[in-house]
Design a protein around this ligand. Structure first.
Ligand SMILES: *Cc1c(COP(=O)(O)O)cnc(C)c1O
Length: 398
């Protein structure tokens, strides 16, 4: 192949297409290597297996041929420069935990956002402080706040954009610049965007994490995660990966590869349907506000256009009248199922305040920007007219 393959080709044909090499196996789809351990042919081979990091055939917690396959594929999708490497994990939180616990030690300082995916937020509020890591949380939309929060011991800047569930954005190039100036590592949770819509490594971010449970897998059937970044950083994380043991099962690695083949097709449809529905929803009298990065009314729309190529399937809808009408709207919906998670082919909806009520008090929710009338909608790939009709019917019921 003379020119670099497109994102679509990489999704379908895999990493070997990026390298311009033929597939290794005549099987079009890689076999699921369901083996916890691998035999050595002789003493020297065993010594090599045992000493080589991320050997794909030693012990599956250390690596598996399918892990290697998915990792190469993800590196190609996030950035084809070849300077990067990846590790796959059993869940998105496996990836977030790997980065934080793999890079930080007692006495270090972290800057993170007041808004994060809930379990990531727990890392900054509870888990990391237990191990002597200090965390400062800042308004992600305010680059000056990031800059002010950096201090001599700052080792890591954690971003998540668009953020769960408010769809606020972080200026990735800006945070990357601040991190490099401070000698800190910049990290982006790129789950909401997917590699089709946003490529943080190209904006200067050091490490990308994904919950591959969402768009990468795409079918609400697996939990998986990944970390992608410079080879040297991935090498640094490797010893922690073995200890944490968030090992992706070979079956789920295979399903992840299957999901990735249609990533470009799916995400383009999520982008198109979500933008169309967001535009329609913001015109409806029962809707107070729609936060979706693709809308001109999003307070950071200019940043969205600058750093994203598409805006994803998730939006935050504020229903007029507060908690009760929002609750009635969610319960009246028939096509989007009421379930946590996002980024799959089925539309899913959650009443955010009802979901977080069990873990946050009203003040914590206010600080995290979770309004009582906020509804998170993950637009799937069902017919967009069917979705609009269902939304219209549910709005009429509030
Ligand atoms: C779901 C999610 C996670 C956690 O991923 P799991 O696969 O559920 O462990 C992390 N970050 C974001 C933004 C998510 O949406």
């Amino acid at each position: 192949m003379t020119q670099a393959p497109s994102f679509d080709t990489l999704c379908v044909q895999g990493a070997h297409a990026a390298a311009g090499e033929p597939a290794v196996d005549s099987a079009l789809v890689p076999p699921i290597v369901y083996s916890a351990t691998f035999a050595a042919s002789n003493a020297q081979a065993f010594a090599e297996m045992a000493s080589q990091p991320r050997h794909a055939r030693y012990y599956t917690r250390y690596g598996n041929p399918l892990h290697e396959h998915v990792a190469r594929q993800l590196v190609a999708l996030e950035d084809g420069s070849g300077a990067h490497d990846a590790l796959v994990t059993a869940s998105g939180m496996g990836a977030v935990s790997l980065v934080l616990l793999g890079l930080l030690k007692a006495g270090d300082h972290v800057v993170a956002q007041t808004n994060h995916y809930m379990a990531s937020a727990k890392h900054f509020a509870e888990l990391l402080p237990r191990f002597g890591v200090r965390c400062t949380l800042v308004d992600q939309t305010d680059l000056a706040a990031w800059e002010r929060a950096i201090q001599p011991g700052t080792k890591l800047l954690m971003t998540e954009t668009p953020v769960n569930p408010t769809c606020a954005l972080t200026d990735l190039a800006g945070v990357a610049r601040l991190a490099h100036a401070a000698g800190a590592v910049s990290v982006c949770d790129n789950t909401f965007a997917s590699p089709l819509n946003q490529q943080p490594l190209a904006l200067g971010i050091d490490l990308v994490v994904h919950s591959a449970t969402k768009y990468l897998g795409g079918h609400h059937d697996i939990t998986a995660g990944a970390v992608i970044g410079a080879k040297a950083l991935i090498d640094t994380l490797w010893p922690t990966q073995i200890c944490l043991g968030a090992t992706l099962s070979p079956m789920d690695a295979w399903l992840l590869l299957r999901g990735i083949r249609t990533l470009a097709l799916r995400v383009r449809q999520h982008n198109a349907s979500a933008l169309e529905l967001a535009r329609w929803l913001e015109q409806q009298p029962q809707v107070e506000r729609v936060f979706y990065p693709g809308l001109e009314s999003h307070p950071q729309h200019a940043l969205a256009v600058a750093q994203m190529r598409g805006f994803g399937g998730v939006m935050n809808i504020l229903i007029r009248g507060g908690y009760e009408p929002a609750s009635r709207f969610v319960h009246a919906l028939k096509l989007p199922r009421q379930a946590v998670s996002l980024g799959g082919v089925e539309s899913l909806v959650v009443h955010a305040a009802a979901m977080w009520r069990g873990t946050m008090n009203d003040e914590q929710m206010r600080v995290a920007g979770i309004a009582p009338n906020a509804v998170r909608l993950s637009v799937g790939v069902e017919g967009v007219d069917d979705l609009r009709a269902d939304l219209a019917r549910a709005l009429a019921a509030v």
